[in-house]
Each structure stands twice: as structure tokens, then as C-alpha cells.
Design a protein. Structure first.
Length: 165
């Protein structure tokens, strides 16, 4: 599987996990509630408002506005939002594509040991996203993610190890 497909699947998993985890069903009223809290600086509401814009739930669909709100939340330290910002930079969704900034935001999110961020750091080193390919560092990051019970890293880890034999 090529790196773009893996990264897109990771992005989809993160988004679906966020929506499922909190049984999120946005509508106009919910988006308005998120907006009110987001404008007051609530990082969780900022991230959810970004998700509303990303999906067009209760708002117009806008990658640029989604990125704006993800970024505001990420700056306040929310690891989930930091991964969303990183994904946007990696894909050029709502912002100009920049793999160096994608790596930067994955790295920031990994500081909180957020397992999807640990996995994404493995991908960065495995595929050279914002850094030089370094299979040993990729292994280390995938192992960290697996230790946090992020089992989606296991096939990637196994693929690297089997290619080294």
C-alpha cells in the first residue's frame, strides 16, 4: 500500500474515531453552540467547529475554515487537533501542502503520547514526510504506538521488519 493511501486511511480513522467516540451529530444548532464556545477559546469546541466545516455539518463545507479552527485548537495544545492540522498540511487541504509543517505538527501531537500521532510519526520516518526516510526511527515510533494499543501500527511495523530480513 502506498504512503498516500496509508496516510488517507489514518486521517479517516482519526476523523471517524473522533465522531464515534463522542457520538457527534452536528446540525445547525450544534454548530452554533460550538461556534459560541470556540470564539471564547474552548479548544475542543474549536476542533469540533473545524470538523463541522470539514464535513459541512450545520455549516457550509469549507476546508479553509476547517483548517482555521483546527489550527486555533492545535495552538492551544489539543493533540487531536494537532494531528488534524498535520494532516491538512500533508494533504494540502484548506492550506498549502507542506510536509515539513505536517511533520512539525505530528511531532507536537506526539509529545502528549496521542497514539494516532505516534503512528503518524512512524509514517513520517517510514515514507519521508517532512524528514529523511529512517526505517529504524519508524520502527521506534510504531512500537510506541503499539504500546499505547494503537494496533493499526502493527502491520506497518511488520512490513518494515520483514523487508529488512
Amino acid at each position: 500500500m502506498d504512503k498516500e493511501k496509508i496516510m488517507k486511511k489514518t486521517y479517516i480513522i482519526i476523523l471517524s474515531s473522533i465522531f464515534t467516540l463522542l457520538s457527534f451529530s452536528a446540525n445547525s444548532q450544534k454548530a452554533s453552540q460550538f461556534r459560541a464556545k470556540a470564539e471564547k477559546g474552548d479548544p475542543i469546541a474549536q476542533m469540533y467547529l473545524g470538523l463541522c466545516y470539514n464535513e459541512g455539518k450545520g455549516t457550509i463545507k469549507s476546508s479553509e475554515k476547517a483548517f482555521y479552527w483546527y489550527h486555533r485548537s492545535a495552538q492551544r495544545g489539543l493533540a487531536e487537533a494537532q494531528v488534524l492540522v498535520a494532516n491538512a498540511y500533508r494533504e494540502g487541504k484548506g492550506v498549502e501542502k507542506d510536509s515539513t509543517l505536517a511533520y512539525h505538527w505530528y511531532e507536537r501531537a506526539s509529545e502528549s503520547m496521542f497514539s494516532p500521532a505516534l503512528d503518524a510519526m512512524g509514517d513520517c520516518f517510514n515514507y519521508g514526510i517532512g524528514v529523511k526516510v529512517d526505517k529504524q526511527k519508524a520502527i521506534e515510533w510504531y512500537e510506541k504506538a503499539i504500546k499505547k494499543h494503537y494496533l493499526k501500527s502493527k502491520p506497518k511495523l511488520n512490513a518494515i521488519k520483514s523487508s529488512q530480513n
